[in-house]
Design a protein around this ligand. Sequence first.
Ligand SMILES: [Zn+2]
Length: 505
Amino acid sequence: MNNASPSNQLTRREFLNQTAAGVAAATVVGSALGSSIARAVESSEKIIGIQVGSISFVDEGIEQVLDLLKQRGAVNTVFLTTFTYGRGLGGRQVPGQPFPDHGKQESDEQIFHGGNYATPHPEFYQNTALKQTRAPDHGDLDIVAAVLPAARKRGMKLLCSIEDVFRSDLPGVKEVTEVDLQGRQTGTLCLFHPGVRAFWTGLAADLCTSYDIDGILFFNERNGPLLNALGASHAQSIASSRVTCFCEFHQKAASERGISFDRAREGYRKLDQFVQNALADKRPSDGYFVEFWRLLVEYPEIILWDRLFDEGKHQVLAEVNAAVKSVRKDLQVGFHIEHVNSFNPIFRATRRYDDLAQKADFLKVVVYNNCGGERYAHFIQNVGSTVFRDVPKDELLRFNNHLLDYGTEAALDALPTAGLSPDYVARETKRALAGVQGKCKIYPGIDIGIPTGKNSRKASPDDTYAATFAALKAGAHGVILSRKYSEMRLANLDAAGRAVREALK
Ligand SMILES: [Zn+2]
């Protein structure tokens, strides 16, 4: 564990003394009246949200950050990173990337720990081994209690972002971890473990009960075993020998559904062999695609096991939704829909927007178009190394574009430097709107300064303007500026604000 060094820790008192919100923060639970007025005022507006981690408020000041977001980004809703151990939503700029033009210009690699940046109340965690998750990064500062009254004062909404990214060295994780194909513990949480279910519902209920927030945005970007085996996502390696989950709870869930645990494991071992052979350039006599399809035909348990993972993940979503609504019906629940959903037709087939819409008030659909170029190229490289190894990769990209209804996007070698177009943002927004059939709201996630490779595209303010404008003009109910304020340049934030004001004129 790398605890925060004393020089970087602020006690709650020191921190609150720095901000005018201090007095209000102490009485946060009693501020329901003010917030209901704010809610009424804002209810007719589109949600213009931004994801912000605690470090930005600590580094730059709560009042200052909120004023800046409102004035320059036209932001009316803060998605405050409240629980994560990940660098996508938490911490300063990711190590190795240039700092934006605000905040401390110093890496927090040594002090970032992660966890719950609010105050966990033990009564909500009685049925889970995951009891000690308080983030030590900012001493005893409670970021939700500190930011909420300052947001309310400005008529802004606040939702807590919680993310399924854990550290394997935390107390309790060993008891609820997944087990991979080789029988090893992975350190990630098994979504069929009752203690994991109890943790997520407990956390959501804790936040919604203990603070007068507007709701929860839940992130879980984890893929099932089939995609993990193939590396068929944008940001992962091919890991066919480490697929999950083969623990006792998965075994039990499988047997209740009449799925053979042994056949599934055997199927995944054969898939691992297929993948390893492909990577070693050992072509099956019938070709890569035929051999892959034959595996699925002979071992339908491969698909069933992947589906079981999805079922677990979606049950957690439904349970989090129920836990939040049991606190108060008008609390909003949203799910982050990961980027792979827009690149990968196999993944896309496993997600029904109308089904997801039953479990949420809104979906944050990732349409990150700038980093989307290199991510999409990465996906094509990976699937083009195994299942579609017989297809030249540039042809595979064009074929995939047709499957996904992408318009004119760059060729494979130019994708990382070109990014994806604003048209991609508009199409994916419209697809989501059509998919949910009015049953929930769609807030596309807009890419502002998401880190890319050294030679990949960095979005200009004009790019950010075009993407934000495209999403709103496509009919989105709002947007969420992503991934986090601590990696955004202010000129891009200005451009997003300008697009919002012009699109909503
Ligand atoms: Zn399991």
